[in-house]
Design a binder for this molecule. Structure first.
Ligand code: SF4
Ligand code: SF4
Length: 328
């Protein structure tokens, strides 16, 4: 069987951190460990990055195989709340004008009616909304935000989204303050016309070892470590290019906090160089400290690996760690 997936990492997602400032204090986000300098992505940096990926994507294997969408998609995420950035709507509009799919990760607390309208008008394709808990107490203790404001925002956004062909998924992480069952949470959001992410059973990820067990009923030590026997021992690294607000590229989102593994700055390097460096790290099975401490309940990373899940043959899948229940 011909191997269609490139030996070298090709991003299906470029995660842009517009800022690492945040108005929330989510339990599963070890922001107290953040020592990286704080700031906001400037317009020159943003435009340079988009232009570089616009050229780079033409050679990607995925774009020769998958018809329709042009990869990578651009996600506005990172270790902060993207809606705090004053240029977010211009940035979304620019990404769409260059024929990239645009995805926003947000806690929705700032997504009032005016901002929701501007987001739709800018052409956003998909929202991933972090909303942990379905009542005032669960939500306040899990995220440190005001429940009724955020819920009103999400309900309004949901109506706009359904009229404008925009998809939304609600994501949440189990912790000791959320006593509602998964089914109650699913029912709560389904009643509002929204889908809920229940991948990985909503268990926390220790984020390269930076998150402690304190707020969870889980034992991170029982989660699987990376398995260096696989060619792709971390699909997060393989499928997602992770870019900090100043243009620095780190190996993955776990490295946002301390930036110990900076591959280069996209103002100076081309995405090819990120591909080559990641290929080297994966091939030589690099024992990077943050990777050695990284524990996930299930090492399947669906976001970023799609649409490969559907495109790869069974033989090809055997090389990759991100497929669920894979034994080797
Ligand atoms: S998970 Fe996102 S919204 Fe929550 S504190 Fe971290 S950066 Fe902020
Ligand atoms: S810390 Fe290493 S193993 Fe964990 S997600 Fe990041 S790159 Fe992958």
């Amino acid at each position: 069987m011909e191997n269609r997936l490139s030996e070298k990492p090709e991003p299906t997602e470029v995660e842009l951190e517009l800022t690492n400032h945040c108005n929330a204090s989510c339990l599963a986000c070890p922001r107290d460990q953040l020592t990286a300098e704080k700031g906001f992505m400037d317009e020159d940096t943003f435009h340079t990055i988009i232009e570089k990926y616009e050229n780079y994507r033409e050679g990607l294997a995925i774009n020769k195989i998958a018809e329709g969408t042009r990869y990578p998609f651009i996600s506005f995420a990172g270790m902060g709340e993207p809606l705090l950035h004053s240029k977010i709507f211009d940035f979304v509009r620019h990404v769409r004008s260059r024929n990239f799919k645009a995805v926003l990760f947000t806690n929705a607390s700032l997504l009032n009616e005016e901002k929701a309208g501007r987001l739709v008008e800018a052409g956003i394709n998909h929202l991933n909304i972090s909303f942990w808990g379905i009542n005032e107490r669960e939500y306040r203790l899990s995220m440190g935000l005001d429940f009724s404001t955020s819920l009103k925002n999400v309900e309004y956004m949901s109506k706009l989204a359904s009229k404008n062909n925009i998809s939304i998924i609600i994501s949440w992480i189990k912790n000791k303050y959320i006593t509602s069952t998964t089914q109650e949470i699913v029912d709560f959001w389904n009643a509002r016309g929204l889908e809920v992410d229940i991948e990985e059973d909503n268990q926390p990820w220790n984020r390269g070892g930076y998150l402690s067990n304190d707020s969870f009923n889980e034992d991170f030590d029982s989660y699987p470590p990376v398995n260096y026997d696989f060619d792709v021992w971390c699909s997060q690294m393989f499928f997602t290019d992770t870019v900090c607000w100043n243009g620095d590229v780190v190996i993955c989102s776990c490295d946002y906090y301390k930036k110990e593994n900076v591959i280069g700055n996209l103002k100076d390097i081309h995405p090819d160089e990120i591909t080559n460096k990641k290929h080297e790290i994966l091939s030589c099975k690099a024992k990077i400290p943050v990777c050695l401490k990284c524990k996930k309940p299930d090492r399947n990373y669906p976001l970023g690996s799609s649409p490969w899940d559907e495109l790869l043959s069974e033989d090809e899948k055997q090389r990759y760690y991100y497929f669920k229940n894979q034994k080797r």
